[in-house]
Design a protein around this ligand. Structure first.
Ligand code: FES
Length: 150
């Protein structure tokens, strides 16, 4: 083999290795973007709540009666109307093991059927095993429109 032929063959082999390596690297860049680092998902972000519902229109009509309540599953908020026509809004998720709460109008409290925890109208724990309070939201009624906000 001539020296010139040898150099051409080695050069082609080296170029092949470089091209193959580059193609592998490039194909990795086509993969989906990495997910968020562990521990920084949307549950850890603070979500601003501000929405208005018409309590005379379905599915909110339970709130048009004293003692009624509605669970907004989109925002995980339970909205209740007490027997004295006060509007309440707290997180709908029990702080013990994340069961969705009910409102007990006759006892004026939020109740978890999971393990019996109860919460006051402000979301404070009144009976465990839940230890942490519910997040409370503000409410404002104007005519038939109820605003729920943080
Ligand atoms: S999940 Fe609510 S008390 Fe256990």
């Amino acid at each position: 083999m001539e020296r010139k032929d040898f150099i051409e063959q080695v050069g082609l082999s080296a170029a092949s290795v470089l091209i193959f390596g580059c193609m592998q690297s490039c194909s990795k860049s086509d993969s989906p973007a990495p997910s968020q680092p562990t521990g920084t998902n949307n549950n850890n972000t603070v979500k601003t709540i501000d929405f208005t519902i018409n309590i005379t229109i379905s599915p909110y009509t339970n709130l048009n009666t004293a003692g009624g309540f509605y669970i907004d599953r989109t925002n995980s908020i339970i909205i209740a109307r007490t027997l004295t026509n006060e509007f309440l809004a707290v997180s709908a998720v029990c702080t013990h093991q994340q069961v969705i709460l009910d409102f007990e109008a006759s006892n004026n409290r939020f109740y978890c059927s999971g393990h019996g925890s109860t919460f006051s109208t402000t979301g404070a724990v009144t009976n465990g095993p839940a230890a942490a309070p519910l997040k409370q939201y503000k409410t404002a009624l104007s005519g038939n429109l109820l605003r729920v906000y943080s």
